[in-house]
Write a protein that binds this ligand. Structure first.
Ligand code: GBH
Length: 456
């Protein structure tokens, strides 16, 4: 069942990590099994109308109950690494207080199962599913949650720190802050710009303090944070559109990159926030700018800024994914070059990249040609940035398998493995077969560069 999409020819370094990614809430299910506490996403999904298909995460991909088979599935792809997240309320149901041994034991099995199969575990502490009990006391808007997160990080590092290859503090603080607290379309569903700005600051602060604390406790695992980034281009060359693009770039990219790597917030965005700017205490920016070992980048699409009527995706003629996001791989090269030019970045890891497409499983086959082309184009774009000198050390496809796509429910499919939600049968799509073949080809390129006969 071969795909004819050509394999990218760039030879990636031998220690480059190829992987697939998921997150806990999107695949695990078992929402209240074995002592797990509710998260803000469990609660949010029950609000009428917020999830497109009215679904929730209580069953999802039943990964919690299918762990061993899913580990074999990951291994069958031939990847070096697997990026997953820990559900904070599964291991510490109220966010503080007692730890839940059954929940902790699940991640022991996951991490040990990966290592036994020769796959590096890349652990994310927070992929959005804050314990509901902490939301009840103010959530990320409350500075006390910062210390709760540091305590949680210390517990996780103590338990798993000798068995994982990387620890990410937060996945996409912009999404949690802005989509969760300003647009209100993600949990916890708040609409208040000042709160969103404070949440963003607390997320960054808790990142820095958690890295410091885990290191001080003797954890020597590479640590970093994951940002969702895009280059922002003006819709036209007009002064108004260009000004708008600068503002949106400030809100999405510089608001996170400047404090992390320059130890200050961008002045134009602070000005724009005015009275809604966050409370920042002395020492906060020192903590946020703690040196990190890698910066994770989730890249899906470029962003187009328009001062007038909202930009219509697709009006430039670029293809769109099922999410309505433009497919434009050169923007990924451009983004990586810009980050390396403007900031003293550590090695960059592409921690998510992929696309939603309307995939049908017919006779046990999913011919996801669009996704395969998307992956091939974006992997080549990463290779091009590396050729121009950008340090990139890994690439993870989003996602291992179709899963709960947040406010879009189960209707949008990002997996390279198809999931039948009635039977929970997993079927690798053509893109999964293609990815495995690409990884084998990379190995062959390395071997031939070393003069090792490969036998083919
Ligand atoms: C990631 O977030 C998440 O980490 C992951 O859990 C999720 O499943 C995955 O992406 C797919 O959605 O509408 O053209 O302006 C992605 C963050 C923020 C990326 C919004 C695209 C909007 C593009 N996304 N952004 S557009």
């Amino acid at each position: 069942f071969a795909s004819h999409v050509p394999l990218p020819t760039h030879r990636f370094p031998a220690d480059f990590r190829w992987g697939v990614a998921t997150s806990a809430f999107q695949i695990e299910g078992a929402a209240d099994v074995d002592g797990k506490g509710p998260s803000i996403w469990d609660t949010f999904c029950r609000r009428p109308g917020v999830i497109a298909d009215g679904s929730d995460g209580t069953v999802a991909c039943e990964h919690y109950h299918r762990l061993d088979a899913d580990l074999d599935l990951i291994a069958s792809l031939g990847v070096d690494a697997y990026r997953f997240s820990i559900a904070w309320p599964r291991v510490r149901p109220t966010g503080a207080g007692d730890w839940n041994e059954a929940g902790l034991a699940f991640y022991d099995r996951l991490i040990d199962g990966l290592n036994a199969r020769g796959i590096q575990p890349h652990l994310t502490l927070n992929h959005w599913d804050l314990p509901e009990a902490l939301q009840a006391t103010g959530g990320w808007a409350d500075r006390a949650t910062v210390q709760r997160f540091v305590d949680y990080a210390l517990g996780i590092a103590a338990r798993y720190g000798r068995r994982v290859a990387a620890i990410t503090t937060h996945n996409e603080p912009w999404v949690m802050a802005v989509l969760g607290h300003e647009a209100g379309i993600f949990a916890p569903g708040i609409r208040d710009r000042a709160i969103a700005a404070q949440v963003a600051h607390h997320l960054l602060l808790s990142h820095g303090l958690a890295v410091r604390a885990m290191r001080a406790a003797g954890c020597s695992v590479p640590m970093g944070i994951v940002l969702n980034l895009s280059p922002t281009v003006p819709a036209t060359d007009s002064a108004a559109d260009r000004a708008r693009a600068l503002l949106e770039d400030g809100r999405l990219l510089r608001w996170y990159m400047d404090p992390l790597f320059h130890g200050r917030y961008p002045v134009d965005i602070l000005d724009d926030l005015g009275e809604q700017a966050p409370v920042i205490e002395p020492g906060d920016l020192d903590a946020i700018s703690v040196p990190i070992d890698f910066l994770g980048i989730n890249y899906y699409t470029r962003s187009v800024a328009s001062a007038g009527a909202p930009w219509v995706p697709g009006s430039s003629g670029l293809p769109l994914t099922d999410m309505g996001w433009e497919v434009h791989a050169p923007s990924l090269t451009e983004l990586l070059l810009r980050l390396a030019r403007d900031y003293p970045v550590p090695p960059l890891t592409i921690t998510e990249n992929g696309g939603a497409f309307p995939d049908a499983c017919i006779d046990g086959r999913v011919a996801d040609h669009d996704r395969t082309e998307y992956l091939a184009g974006h992997i080549a774009a990463v290779g091009e940035a590396m050729r121009q000198g950008v340090p990139v050390n890994g690439y993870f496809v989003w996602s291992l398998m179709d899963n709960f796509e947040w406010a879009s429910g189960y209707a949008k499919r990002f997996g390279i493995v198809h999931v039948d939600y009635t039977t929970q049968v997993r079927t690798p799509k053509a893109s999964a077969h293609w990815y495995r073949r690409f990884l084998q080809h990379q190995q062959a390129l390395r071997a031939s560069a070393l003069g090792i006969p490969t036998g083919d």
